[in-house]
Write a protein that binds this ligand. Structure first.
Ligand code: OAD
Length: 245
């Protein structure tokens, strides 16, 4: 499938919706969850990012997040993030739904963002549900405790078995319904409900363009698969679009 045809679809689109996953941040130096290097201390993400894992061993779960926080703190947005930030101004309607919790889209300047899986820098009190942002790395104590009541704090991240933030999910599904093009970038497409945005967009006759290093669970159903690193393919697509006026 040629990148030129994908660029043609984009050039004609008025409404563009994007779904990103860990692959869009890979070239910034942040490890993805699955595939090579997808294990942490021999544990899979499905064994760490759950309420049960946190109840069993909050310190272990926090050590994993602490390591990711330290990695992300040293990383900067890449060319892929920057193209997506620029496209927000180019298309009359644009929404970037992301499964990433690293904040790199926002750091690149994206504002129209629906963070489906939460945020790595926000801590939530397990007793009161109050949230606070704490960007310190390392955190002074692991696991952290609520400054107000002393209860354990957890990362404000959506874990397996938990619902997505209602407002962001509704915004994302609505954007998948109305878009002309849905771009699906750097995600394995195995985590629901995020991956179902593809089915929603297809059911409403959008073109779905996947950008990924390799074939994924979604490759057979999308309208076009562009294989390559997001930080290369996105700028290449951008160069094929007519000048932004
Ligand atoms: P995965 O780790 O499952 O998949 C990353 C995808 O990115 C794979 O398909 C890779 O082939 C692709 N990839 C890697 N490097 C790339 C690059 N430079 N350019 C383009 N593609 C590249 O990550 P997600 O699909 O994001 O949830 O995982 C979904 C969710 O599972 C995450 O949000 C996380 C995890 O549980 C939570 O933490 C709540």
């Amino acid at each position: 499938m040629s990148i030129a045809l994908a660029a043609e679809w984009l050039a004609r689109a008025r409404q563009v919706t994007v779904l990103t996953g860990a692959g869009v941040s890979a070239e910034s130096g942040i490890p993805t969850f699955r595939g090579d290097g997808g294990y942490w201390r021999k544990l899979r993400v499905e064994e760490l990012a759950t309420p049960a894992a946190f109840t069993r061993d909050p310190k272990l779960v926090w050590e994993w997040y602490e390591e990711r926080r330290q990695t992300v703190a040293q990383c900067a947005p890449n060319a892929g993030h920057r193209v997506l930030a620029a496209w927000e101004k180019r298309f009359p309607f644009f929404l970037l739904a992301t499964q990433n919790v690293d904040g790199l889209h926002q750091a690149a300047g994206s504002v129209r963002v629906a963070p489906l899986h939460g945020d790595l820098w926000t801590l939530r009190c397990t007793a009161e549900g109050t949230e606070r942002i704490d960007r310190r790395t390392p955190l002074p104590a692991i696991p952290p405790r609520c400054p107000a009541c002393g209860a354990l704090e957890r990362p404000a991240i959506v874990w397996f078995g938990e619902p997505l933030p209602k407002e962001h999910w509704e915004e994302a599904t609505q954007a998948a319904v109305v878009c002309d093009v849905l771009l699906v970038i750097g995600t394995s497409g195995v985590v629901q409900p995020a991956a179902s945005l593809v089915d929603i967009a297809l059911a409403h006759h959008a073109r779905v363009i996947e950008i990924n290093l390799r074939e994924t669970a979604l490759s057979d159903v999308v309208s076009a698969s562009l294989q390559g690193p997001a930080a290369t393919v996105l700028p290449a697509l951008d160069r094929l679009l007519p000048p932004d006026t």
